[in-house]
Design a binder for this molecule. Sequence first.
Ligand code: N01
Length: 566
Amino acid sequence: MSETTSHDSVGATAGTDYDAIIVGAGFSGLYELHRLRDELGLSVKVIEKADDVGGTWYWNRYPGARCDSESHIYCYSFNEDILQNWEWSERYPEQPEVLEYLRFAADELDLRRNIEFETEVTSAAFDEDSGTWRISTDDGETVSSQFFVTAVGCLSEPYIPDFEGIESFEGFWTHTGKWPHEPVDFEGKRVAVIGTGATGIQVIPEVAKSDPEHLTVFQRTPNYAVPARNRPLDDDDWELIQSNYDEILQRAHDSGFGFPFEVGQETAADMTMEEVEEALEPRWQEGGFRFLLAFEDLLVNEETNEKVSEFLRGKIRETVDDPELAEKLAPKDHYYATKRPPLHTDYYETYNRDNVSLVDVTENPIERITPDGVQTADGHHDFDMIIYATGFDAMTGTLLQIDIEGRDGLTLEEKWEDGPQTYLGLTLHGFPNMFTITGPQSPSVLSNMPVSIEHHVEWVSDTIEHLVDNDIQLIEPTKAAEEAWTTHNRQVAESTLYTTVDSWYMNENIPDKPTVFTPYPGGVDLYHDTILEVAEKGYEGFELTESVQQLGQEGEQPQLSVMKGD
Ligand code: N01
């Protein structure tokens, strides 16, 4: 492993190789590197598995991969040059454009020289004698650092169900999150797509348009999708955006989901269906996540949500020609947006094509994969290609892939046996000086990600600055603070409709994972206020220790004052 920076650090524990090691060079790792290196003057190394920057946008290259956030708000807000010198071409950016944007940002900030590419972190262990982290990689090297920051993304560990015979398939097969870098040709092919989440809904219309002989979609749960209504951005759009950019981004940062949209009305509970349609139709026509914010109580009030869900079912029935098929595509087993709500471009229209069909696996389960297709309960389906759009071991999966060991030999796997426990989704009791950007129990996946990423990176950087300035060697949340945050998360989640359905938010998509709601559902605005207040109150809920000898000596813990919205 090559050393990438001089050790001109201001705060490194004597003898460490780096002040900070960051894992991952996506949106969060790049910004964290910039803050720690360029603003604090620390020696920093980023370790990245891929051969380029980009994170999730490096890996998810499937046809139709496009961001569901609008381009002008799916970006860094911290750097005026990047903001003014980058012009997005479409309302929602396609994967190659987001990747290009991150490459541009990395070059603008001269970040590549501190990134070690094509290297995977295999383990990280806290050394109690020195109070430092030892981080090992798949090339057999081990480096030490005072701070260990994971910036591994929330959806980075692809999941393929354990179907019997998967490896025996003789055609082309891949998971969408491991898509090949070379173009994939569907023309004249018999193609299967398994999964109808946000990814399946993007890839299915693109495959259907690419002249396959036939496309068969295997659906387990139908999804409510709202039209994206993508379009190119022209000069007028850009002029408008650029002239209000600061205000737009501020509104996004101060909102509940990280979007600068106005919330519509308080509730639909007392409205007639005609009134609901009147309120929803303009948002439907406009497209995108504004639809999600039509009613403030969408995610806490069954009556409101059922009316919105029924509106969406009506749109599916209007679009899909075959009424029987429309019923299969119209969800009835869960409320809208309790699973991640996808946007679509021609998804439902795709089912009106002659060369597209649907297999409902709840009626006709997949029994096994064979060398030439998929065996279901009612017969064999022949395929040349199988695309698994079956999701991710989300939120905790990528962190648990790394063998992380904290104080007293406690591993992360043991700690999270019954589900994630964190303080603020950022830190862990027993794992001093470790920070998890967009970790479980933070808003992350329930928000426009770059907004949450900036909040986290800035908080972590400010915290490290505080430690360095005050000669504090270690920061660790108390057990009491962590328990209180975990309880708070559960209570807020239980007050919403999110917990009424099996979903990857609930950890339910991976067999044997504990059922627990993993992101923080209290809102980006409230959450951001909370983490800032924790810092302002002298890092309430944390033990700050000047030397490793004092580690783990918890005094009596005062009642935390920062948790709101229980
Ligand atoms: O994954 P998913 P995804 N047999 O877990 C089905 C983000 N994203 O990759 O619903 C048959 O949502 C499963 O069925 P069910 C976004 O946050 C962002 O689509 O569990 N089917 C489901 O239909 C998103 O939420 C963008 O019953 C099986 C599908 O596979 C997240 O990524 C774009 C099965 C998996 O859906 C993950 O989305 C795209 C089985 N055994 C995605 N097992 C942006 O805009 C699973 N399924 C940035």
